[in-house]
Design a binder for this molecule. Structure first.
Ligand SMILES: [Zn+2]
Ligand SMILES: [Zn+2]
Length: 246
């Protein structure tokens, strides 16, 4: 036992020398034994989502000007999900890392993002309040192009960290859609209509389901996914994304 521990310590020290930890965003060397994946400068540039915000969709308001209250869009039309939360705004270091992860296929960066999200002390959101994590599925054609589903990479890390169930085939994306990036508001909603199908409703029925994705842009993709999951009998549907467009 003691010998194992010594070997473990030696191995950890050796790993540290051979592969020193670098900042997830700027790749600068982190201090020895650093427990964070970001250097202080990059961490300070991330605008983490904090109060005041919309308690439904998680839209943050400018600090000091108001208290948390439902935003205009949620008052006008309640979204199909019960709650949506994100780690930070889709800008600066968070945007850079997500791009490296998705477009340059750096899955290690994606896993580090997952760890960052999983260990973040959210003030009004908890992963452990959910029965099952469901990564928002990609269409098979897109999956083949990219080689991985970014939502699954993130979901897997979060599920492992919190010992939660992960279900990546209860819901499928049966209709290929135009990349949402090229569309705005109403077109985005039209584009994703009926894109998802629940393949195994028995896995979602009566459950508290957390949909996981990388970015919440207008919310139309996660909303459409949440709609079918709710229709399949889920008791509560939350949405978690690493970043959110504000
Ligand atoms: Zn940095
Ligand atoms: Zn809202």
């Amino acid at each position: 036992m003691r010998r194992d521990k010594t070997l473990g310590t030696i191995f950890a020290a050796l790993t540290e020398v051979l592969f020193p930890s670098r900042c997830l965003a700027c790749l600068s060397l982190l201090p020895d034994g650093s427990r964070h994946s970001l250097c202080p400068a990059c961490d300070a540039r991330i605008r983490y989502i904090k109060e005041p915000l919309c308690p439904v969709c998680g839209l943050p308001f400018e600090a000091g000007t108001t208290t948390s209250h439902p935003c205009g869009a949620c008052l006008k039309e309640r979204p199909p999900f019960d709650v949506a939360r994100a780690l930070g705004r889709y800008e600066g270091p968070l945007l850079e890392v997500i791009h490296r992860f998705k477009y340059r296929k750096d899955t290690a960066a994606g896993e580090a993002l997952g760890r960052l999200a999983a260990s973040y002390p959210f003030f009004d959101f908890s992963f452990t309040a959910y029965d099952v994590l469901v990564p928002v599925p990609l269409h098979l054609r897109r999956l083949r192009e990219r080689g991985f589903n970014q939502a699954l990479v993130l979901g897997r890390v979060v599920a492992r960290h919190h010992h939660l169930a992960l279900d990546f085939d209860a819901v499928a994306r049966h209709r290929d859609t135009t990349p949402q990036v090229s569309l705005d508001g109403k077109d985005r909603r039209e584009n994703v209509r009926d894109a998802f199908v629940v393949v195994r409703p028995q896995c979602l029925e009566g459950k508290r389901v957390l949909l996981v994705d990388d970015v919440f842009t207008t919310g139309s993709t996660v909303s459409e996914c949440a709609r079918v999951v709710k229709k399949a009998g889920a008791a509560w549907v939350g949405v978690f994304t690493v970043a959110r467009v504000v």
